[in-house]
Ligand binder design. Sequence first.
Ligand code: NAD
Ligand code: UGA
Length: 464
Amino acid sequence: MTKICCIGAGYVGGPTMAMIAYKCPNIDVHVVDINQARIDAWNSDVLPVYEPGLFEIVASRRGKNLKFSTCIDHAIREADIIFISVNTPTKTFGAGAGRAANLEFIERCARRIAEAAEGHKIVVEKSTLPVRTAEAVKRILSESSNGATFDVLSNPEFLAEGTAIEDLLDPDRVLIGGENPEAIEALVSVYAHWVDRSRILTTNLWSSELSKLTANAFLAQRVSSINAISALCEATEANVDEVAAAIGTDSRIGPKFLKASVGFGGSCFQKDILNLVYLCQHYGLHEVAEYWEQVVKMNDYQKSRFAQKMVKTMFNTVSGKRLAIWGFAFKKDTNDTRESAAIYVCRDLLRENAILNIYDPKVSDEQIRNDLRELMANGSGELSQLDRRLIDENIHVVESMQAAASGSHAVAVLTEWDEFKNADFERIYSQMQKPAFVFDGRNILDHKKLQQIGFEVHAIGKRV
Ligand code: NAD
Ligand code: UGA
């Protein structure tokens, strides 16, 4: 019986391993983490990660061939295949701060594997890593104290949050990079339990590592491209949804990932593009670095443009005005707020002294305040007295769309949760200050209907 261990029980490690356990009942899967609270949550009825369909899959295999624990060394010793799925955030200190990936967690895992392992192991990079990280991982492993031997593979994950289960069940492709054909085949045969072999691509290690950063850079570039055009649409009376539909019918461009928005968020796009920028600079490719950096700058512009437009529209002041913020997660169907555009928009509005009524179906009060504290402290760890007061006193996290809108001057839609489309806008309108504004940062609402009710509606990249 094959045994798999995965170090890192986060948004990737948890769902990916649950799917392997679900599809491969003959494989024992042990997910480990240093974070006891997270492991406890994986063993409970409220998983640490919200993803449609995830709970059912975890519940069906937990206690059978799927286990969550903090027994890292034990899991390493037992396993034939060890996935490393720890976080690789942007470095906040030292050389490359603000760009390079912080690889300390990866290195710590490699050292722990080297210490605990016996016999032969296949070590799989599941985390998103800068190209040539496997070189460092191999060197660290080769110093193993127990004489263990290793093959290192790269198997980046392409799932998107909110659709993780669909993406894992039916991936466009599985990518496996490596050197030893036997090790590659061992991992291919795991995925082949449910993925057609024609969709399992094998490459050299470096192509696999670089493909992951490249995929995210291309996806983010599309969003920044359509968002750049959304600004031009607003200036010219073109309609960005019509432009997106028109260019999307060209099969060379395609319809997906052309939804104009308040800006992309999530834990990966910005981090991975900045990492790519850093790599290019490292290799002396300054023009290439600048090219990709512009994708992130465009995204920063889109977020601040949205907040500025709100202020300008509401007679150049939101000071003391109550504003309803609908949605705080970086996209629908997830509880993840990392790099969510909402954090930036809320910061800008708070600094205009607005009062924010925030509602998100899956994000907690504590999470919202922590995100704002972190952003407003700007990496220094120190919040100014004013910012602290704004976060403590000007934010009200509420339990429903109605509660957020009641008494507000405006509703701003920052995440595209489905329930927002079905809100009782007549009732909401009656409870709001007049004129009542809607700023649809996701272009998901029925704007004509809102206008008929009496709202003044503003959308991304089109005049309503
Ligand atoms: P996460 O922060 O949700 O989870 C990482 C986990 O690793 C945490 O629970 C942390 O406690 C644990 N960890 C850190 N160091 C450890 C150590 N030394 N030993 C044991 N556990 C340790 O991160 P995530 O969102 O799951 O992302 C993981 C990696 O996958 C990143 O490189 C990310 O870029 C990549 N990725 C993420 C997504 C996504 O949708 N979130 C998709 C594809 C790829
Ligand atoms: C993204 C990629 O889609 C995954 O393939 C990849 O595995 C993952 O990053 C990763 O490496 O972590 P994710 O960040 O979970 O997945 O979510 P996306 O669906 O890509 O959305 C990212 C952001 O772009 C969201 O804020 C979303 O609202 C925004 N977006 C997306 C738009 O504004 N417009 C679009 O048309 C698409």
